[in-house]
Design a protein around this ligand. Structure first.
Ligand code: ADP
Ligand code: MG
Length: 330
């Protein structure tokens, strides 16, 4: 049974960066205002995510890492939106089958926190009282220690750290009211360092640099046509002065970081047609849709999504971008 669990867990947690994504999303869900990520050896030795969120109650620690343990389904609407979120209560459990997990947490009003360690879906012994300030710290050590082949491919492949930095950069420009930091273990400075702000452009400047931020334009669209789906979009797109060799597309749908290949290609086409001399674009876009209109394609843990009425939405976005690019060019 443990082999089956391990294989299933390896599907959910495919690489160190998938582990970081799950942990950081949990920290965001816990209403954190500050999230710190520390990574050692591309995440294979250590992934540590510390937040200042609401913490985990002592009585919840025992079952925390059992499969399907979640505090995030409270009503029928939530159940309907499971689909758009991918899966529920699988991430932490999966980590315990493929790594060593230590959770340190304190809830509001408590004098001390608790620390618990987990293995194969189970808490190893009673939580120990410990000092803690606020929120939760989760450490995943020796990821894939029991999956020799996976460890080998990951060691040979380019290390996951750049992917982790890219991931945190994306989170940081969407969740601008949260400060993010990401560093290699022992490194003196962080590779992602964003301070909570109320300005999206300011967040983009601090993460992607002034040369990106100064060449961005705001875009917005909404659509209330009952025959299509109800959607709202806002974001920033680069102008003709922006220079880059490849496209950067940061896409959040219903506050979840996703990829949509069809939308990305559609936007590239608009740029090529409207600003033929411009470089590949930078796009940050946040879309709100009814959760039942977002379909997680391919595999629940993949970022790729497809949308109901995708063509209509893509055409709408294309025309908004085209108009914006033409206006800026005059
Ligand atoms: P899910 O996020 O789908 O609920 P997870 O396996 O990722 O499932 O997490 C299980 C549960 O652990 C969450 O529902 C939440 O109650 C709790 N949890 C995990 N990480 C944190 C955190 N950083 N702060 C507070 N609670 C957390
Ligand atoms: Mg989660």
């Amino acid at each position: 049974e443990s082999v089956v669990n391990r294989i299933a867990a390896g599907e959910v947690i495919q690489r160190p960066v998938s582990c970081v994504k799950e942990l950081v999303e949990n920290s965001i869900d816990a209403h954190s205002t500050s999230i710190l990520v520390v990574v050692k050896d591309g995440g294979l030795k250590l992934i540590q995510v510390s937040d200042d969120g609401h913490g985990i109650r002592h009585e919840d620690l025992a079952i925390l890492c059992e499969r399907h343990t979640t505090s995030k389904l409270s009503n029928f609407e939530d159940l309907q939106s499971i689909k758009s979120m991918g899966f529920r209560g699988e991430a932490l459990a999966s980590m315990t089958y493929v790594g060593h997990v230590t959770v340190t947490t304190i809830t509001k009003g408590q004098l001390h926190g608790y620390r618990a360690t987990y293995k194969d879906g189970m808490m190893e012994h009673e939580p120990k009282a410990c000092a803690a300030v606020k929120g939760t710290q989760i450490m995943v050590e020796n990821l894939f220690y029991n999956m020799i082949a996976r460890r080998k491919t990951l060691q040979n492949a380019a290390d996951d750290y750049p992917k982790i930095v890219d991931l945190l950069s994306r989170f940081a420009i969407h969740h601008i009211n949260v400060s993010f930091s990401c560093r290699k273990h022992g490194a003196p400075r962080a590779d992602v360092h964003s301070v909570a702000t109320s300005s999206r452009l300011e967040a983009i400047r601090s993460v992607y640099g002034a040369s990106v931020a100064r060449n961005l334009m705001k875009i917005e669209a909404s659509d209330n046509d009952p025959s299509s789906s109800i959607f709202k979009m806002d974001g920033f797109i680069s102008n003709s002065n922006y220079v880059a060799k490849k496209i950067t597309m940061v896409l959040f749908i219903n506050d979840r970081l996703v990829d949509c290949g069809a939308l990305k290609r559609a936007i590239e086409i608009v740029y090529a047609a409207t600003l033929p001399k411009a470089s590949k674009p930078f796009i940050y876009m946040s879309i709100t849709l009814p959760p039942e209109d977002v379909d997680v394609n391919v595999h629940p843990t993949k970022r790729e999504v497809s949308l109901l009425n995708q063509e209509v939405i893509i055409e709408k976005i294309q025309s908004v971008i085209e108009l914006r690019l033409r206006n800026s060019n005059e």
